[in-house]
Design a protein around this ligand. Structure first.
Ligand code: NAD
Length: 501
């Protein structure tokens, strides 16, 4: 949890957004949000609780059943979403700076990400009026058709690692489908989600259509999940919290989609283009300081090229520039929060105690350019066995475990031998092998000769304990809709009422 604030603190205070109003939490309490580069608090976030959730859900419910929103045609909702996309594009720099300060993400990554983020709003804005039902060729005397309808109030709960992007993955399809929303961002990174609310206001969304309650998971997230008026929970976060959310949502038979953790294999065969594979492995584990669900945290290398590949990888990774995430030249930024920083360092100790060999990093970063920030040196361990904790558990930091394999079968066996199944990478020049591997890997995404490719057009989600449901692409909008069948009799009479027709 973020540290509780001292009473004398005079930092700027953020407000929550409920029913079109900017508001403090009912309790009047705040907590600090930290800049991971300086390790200092920079703003105060309202500490929402069940009462604030109640206000937000009631506002969302009102907006769902009355007022302008339910009267709007799908194309009008689409227009609002596209307008919002334009506003995000306009304010990209401002939003990027907030995210860098609150999260420690690199400005270079955020600049790229925010240039791309409007696409979610354009895509789902465009899709809003293309969700067609069907006329069923009925075998009864009836005109029979289906409609795809929104669910009602949806909860969107997001993690700290990519707040703006992950917000859009849920909010854009949910609103395109005609739902209303209560969003609960991570307690570590609430600022950018609140900044986005200013743009929703400006775009002209009716009051209550989208609401944000900030706060800690158990205090604000849990009452939201449990609220009887919430019909769907869209959750991104750890597998442990996701499992708990799933159980709580089950009590009310709520719809749930879960985007959870990963321990993805990045598999390098001896026929690969080695320079490309090295870059792909680096992008899989050191980009975003390894704080991505899709991190390629297990590098499986074919025995015949193991030593050569590891040497090249270490030579390249060694050159990564660490430091101020606001500098465009920085390549590896800080870990986002103190809890995670300590967790990553803890896993480094665990790996060492399991007997691995440290060939790069393996400690907190003490370079002068890292200042007091929460930096961990990019770390590569060799001699890792897939049964070790370092190979089985999600670290969510810049820590790579290298595991050798003999052949395709062994690569698959090791690659699939985890509880997760979010993503996998394959590096080979053999197209037959690429197809075989992509068919047999148990993962929601398989990349061949690339890594981290991601788009609003393309379904994304997990196999096994990496999640349920899909975000992105046309599939995602149906995660926020339900199908109704309508029967209209074409017969002049109602036949025998005691017999089912
Ligand atoms: P987390 O599970 O600790 O928290 C996620 C969100 O859940 C936060 O907003 C938190 O406040 C809230 N929460 C916590 N307890 C809750 C409760 N009892 N009820 C309701 N909400 C609660 O995860 P995190 O540390 O913020 O994020 C990192 C994790 O997210 C990693 O495991 C990562 O792999 C995963 N992730 C997955 C994807 C994906 O698309 N699969 C994307 C990004 C991150």
């Amino acid at each position: 949890m973020a540290r509780a604030m001292s009473e004398t603190d005079s930092l700027p205070r953020l407000q929550m957004f409920i029913d079109g109003d900017w508001t403090d939490s009912g309790s009047g309490e705040y907590f600090e949000s930290f800049d991971p580069y300086t390790a200092k608090a920079w703003t105060l976030v309202p500490r929402g609780n069940a009462d604030d959730v109640e206000r937000a859900v009631q506002a969302a419910q009102r907006a769902f059943i009355s007022g302008d929103w339910p009267k709007m045609h799908a194309s009008q909702r689409g227009l609002l979403l596209r307008r919002l996309g334009d506003l995000i594009a306009r304010d990209a720099e401002k939003l990027a700076a907030i995210e860098v300060q609150d999260n420690g993400k690199l400005i270079s990554e955020m600049a790229g990400q925010l240039k791309y983020t409007p696409q979610w709003y354009y895509y789902y804005g465009g899709l809003a009026d293309k969700i067609e039902g069907a006329v069923i060729p009925s075998d009864k005397d009836a005109f029979n058709y289906t409609r795809h309808e929104p669910l009602g109030v949806c909860a969107a709960i997001t993690p700290w690692n990519s707040p703006v992007l992950l917000f859009g993955l849920k909010v854009a399809p949910a609103l395109a489908a005609g739902n209303t929303l209560v969003v609960k961002p991570s307690e570590y990174t609430s600022a950018s989600t609140l900044a986005l609310m200013k743009l929703f206001e400006e775009a002209g969304f009716p009051d209550g259509v989208i609401n944000v309650v900030t706060g800690y998971g158990p205090e604000a997230g849990e009452p939201l999940v449990k609220h009887p008026l919430v019909r769907k929970v869209a959750f991104t976060g750890s597998s442990k919290t996701g499992a708990h959310v799933y159980c709580e949502a089950a009590r009310d038979i709520k719809r749930v989609s879960l985007e959870l953790g990963g321990k993805s294999p990045n598999i390098v065969f001896d026929d690969c283009k080695m320079e490309n594979a090295v870059k792909g492995v680096v992008s899989g584990i050191f980009a975003a300081t390894g704080q991505t669900c899709i991190a390629g945290s297990r590098l499986l290398v074919q025995e015949s090229i193991h030593d050569e590949f590891v040497d090249k990888l270490v030579d390249f990774a060694k050159t990564a520039r660490m430091g101020n995430p606001m500098d465009y030249d920085t390549q590896v930024g800080p870990v986002t929060n103190l809890m995670q920083y300590e967790k990553v360092l803890g896993y480094i100790d665990i790996a060492k105690s399991e007997g691995v060999e440290t060939v790069l990093g393996g400690a907190k970063a003490t370079r002068p350019e890292c200042g007091d920030g929460w930096f961990v040196e990019p770390t590569v361990f060799t001699g890792v066995k897939n049964s070790m904790r370092i190979a089985q558990e999600e670290v969510f930091g810049p820590v790579l475990s290298v595991i050798p394999f003999r052949d395709e079968d062994e690569a698959l066996e090791i690659g699939n031998d985890v509880i997760f199944g979010l993503a996998a990478g394959v590096w080979t020049e053999d197209i037959r092998r690429a197809i075989r591997m992509s068919e047999r890997l148990q993962a929601g995404t398989v990349w061949v000769n690339t890594y981290r490719a991601f788009s609003y057009t393309t379904p994304f989600g997990g196999y096994k304990r990496s999640g349920l449901g899909r975000e992105n692409g046309q599939e995602a909008i149906h995660e926020y809709m339900q199908t109704k069948s309508v029967w209209i009799s074409t017969s002049d009479e109602v036949p025998d009422p005691f017999v089912m027709r």
